[in-house]
Structure formats: structure tokens, C-alpha cells
Design a protein around this ligand. Structure first.
Ligand code: BTN
Length: 324
């Protein structure tokens, strides 16, 4: 009901009468009044004026279930939201509880005490400034196809930013960067057996309102606030990502490859066309990134004239993250 009240308050320019709210939601005046009181306690500035009704003046920049649900337009993705003030890691939580969570559930935390980065690194996750979220999927796909979902999410995040008026780029496969600094990290994990995927968890960490980074990160990381000077609504950003992801995911499922998404992915890519350095487990080599194929591999033209298909190795792009 909070979700519906929020939607109605937002849709109305100026005041909405208590009577109209009751009729729209099919509940009593007391029920409406109670929800309004709860919202005020949660930090919403709502003006109540006799004979006029209620007017939403200001919303707190929070990631509550009702904030997210009142902004999404999806059929399945993010229709169930689990919000936590604090969690070890939203990815770890999905791994633990995934069995009983529905496909498309979104888990969000205000803070993570053991945030996971890719390749066994940690993801610093302080309170109040970022988005830490994981999307749980139970797709009917083969295990070898699942890593492609990381690239699908990278595209969805980039599109969501564009919708909000912020131009970002994708550093293959899945970092979102702005002016050469990292804004978003994506970590996809899966539980599978040979030939069968139980669940895929796509974790997304976004620096939104961060004002300062620890010394060791400040050369490489940035936030939406630092780059644009604007305090974007975190819930709106999450909602745009979910809307975009549902569209991109549906397209992906038609072929289980990236063929129909590649054109857009390429447009956002900061990697393609650049000199890159590929750090494989055993060797490191330089080349020029030619493109990404439908399975998500990066095609690299090497100095000896051969073209290598890079799967998921670490790739540095000249000029990005201070590549040397
Ligand atoms: C990277 O190293 O670039 C990936 C970072 C992924 C961080 C996000 S934050 C939400 C989710 N939960 C985690 O523990 N990690 C991911």
C-alpha cells in the first residue's frame, strides 16, 4: 500500500485530496493517514492541508522496497525486492537463500560488511552513498552461456545512465566507467551442475553519492555525484536499470547470445578500437581491440598479425585506470 500511496503522491501535481487517495486505493481515510505518517517518519516531507489534502514536497534518497517498487515498470524483474540496512554481501545472501527466492528477486543493502569484488577482491561498501544490489535469476540456459549475462547487465546499466542523462562507457567486459574512472562494478556468480543452471546472481555496485574515496582508490574510482555534481535518486537509478535489464534480458533469451545486443554494446564500449594489454594467467600481450563477438569474447589483433579471442581475462585499456 505504501508503494501505491507513493505512486499517487508523485503522479499528482500539487495536492491530492484524502478522499481521492481513499477512492484510488480502495481503503479508509484512517488507513491512508497511517501510511502518510509512516512515510513522514521515514523522511518524506509531505504537507497535509485541511480541505486540500496531501502534497509530496521531498523524498529521501533511500532504497526501500516501496521506493523501488513504486518506480519500476517491469513484468518480472525486480517485482520482489528484499531490502536490508546491512548485509555481509547481497551476492552471498542470494547464494545462501536463492533456493527460496523467486526468479527476478532483487536484493538491496544500504551497507555491506563483506562486499565481494571480482577475482576474489573485496568491494568497499560503506553506508549511505552507493547502490549494492543483486539480481537473482533462474534461467533455462546452459552453464557456458551464463557469463554473457554480465555483458547484458553492463549494457542495461549503461542504457539506464543514458536515460538519466549521464553518458557512461563500458570497459569490456563489465566495468562502467566515466572519464576513465570506474563508476560501477558487476560480479556475476552462478550455481550450476553440468548441463543445468540452478541460479545466476548478478551483483551490481554503483558509486552514486560518494564524495571521497580512500587514497588507494581515488585515482581509479569516481561517483555520479563527483562527475555530474548532481545527487541522483538511487531508487530511480535502480528502477531504470531493472526496466532496461528486463528488455535486454528478453532479447538475450531469444538466441542465448549477444547477437541482437552487440550494436548497442559496441556503441558504449571504451575498449573497442583501443590499444589493450591482455593479462592472461600465463602470459601478457598487447594488441588492438577489434570488437566483441556474440559470445561476449573480445577480439584482439595481436602484434604478430593473429587475432585472439579473449574470454574473461583481465584487459587494460590504454588511458583507462592509468594503463602503462
Ligand atoms: C568488481 O570487482 O568490479 C565487481 C564489484 C561488484 C560489487 C557488487 S556490490 C553488490 C554485489 N554484492 C557484492 O558483494 N558484490 C556485488
Amino acid at each position: 500500500m505504501k508503494t501505491e500511496v507513493l505512486k499517487a503522491l508523485r503522479q499528482q501535481e500539487g495536492y491530492i485530496s484524502g478522499q481521492k487517495l481513499c477512492e484510488q486505493l480502495g481503503v479508509s481515510r484512517t488507513a491512508v493517514w497511517k501510511v502518510i505518517s509512516q512515510l513522514k517518519e521515514e523522511g518524506y516531507a509531505i504537507e497535509s492541508v485541511t480541505n486540500k489534502g496531501y502534497c509530496l514536497i521531498r523524498e529521501p534518497n533511500v532504497l526501500s522496497e516501496s521506493e523501488i517498487l513504486s518506480r519500476i515498470h517491469t513484468n518480472c524483474i525486480g517485482k520482489q525486492v528484499q531490502y536490508f540496512d546491512t548485509l555481509d554481501s547481497t551476492n552471498t545472501y542470494c547464494g545462501r537463500e536463492g533456493e527460496r527466492l523467486a526468479h527476478g528477486t532483487l536484493v538491496v543493502a544500504e551497507e555491506q560488511t563483506a562486499g565481494l569484488g571480482s577475482r576474489g577482491r573485496s568491494w568497499t561498501s560503506p553506508k549511505g552513498s552507493s547502490i549494492y544490489m543483486s539480481l537473482l535469476l533462474k534461467p533455462d540456459i546452459m552453464p557456458d552461456v551464463a557469463p554473457r549475462l554480465t555483458l547484458v547487465m553492463a549494457l542495461s546499466v549503461a542504457r539506464a545512465f543514458r536515460r538519466m542523462g549521464v553518458e557512461v562507457q563500458i570497459k569490456w567486459p563489465n566495468d562502467i566507467v566515466i572519464k576513465g574512472k570506474k563508476l560501477v562494478g558487476i560480479l556475476t556468480e552462478m550455481r550450476a551442475e553440468i548441463g543445468y543452471v540452478h541460479q545466476v546472481v548478478i551483483g551490481v555496485g554503483i558509486n552514486v553519492l560518494t564524495e571521497q574515496f580512500p587514497e588507494e582508490l581515488s585515482q581509479r574510482a569516481t561517483s555520479v555525484l563527483l562527475e555530474t555534481g548532481k545527487a541522483f535518486s538511487r531508487a530511480q537509478l535502480v528502477a531504470e536499470i531493472l526496466d532496461c535489464f528486463e528488455q535486454d534480458y528478453d532479447i538475450f533469451l531469444r538466441t542465448c547470445d549477444l547477437s541482437e545486443l552487440l550494436e548497442q554494446y559496441t556503441q558504449f564500449s571504451v575498449t573497442i578500437g583501443k590499444e589493450v594489454c591482455v593479462l592472461e594467467q600465463k602470459e601478457t600481450y598487447n594488441g588492438r581491440a577489434l570488437g566483441v563477438n556474440e559470445t561476449g569474447q573480445l577480439l584482439v589483433a595481436c602484434e604478430d598479425g593473429s587475432v585472439k579471442k579473449v574470454f574473461a581475462d583481465e584487459v587494460s585499456v590504454r588511458g583507462i585506470y592509468g594503463y602503462v
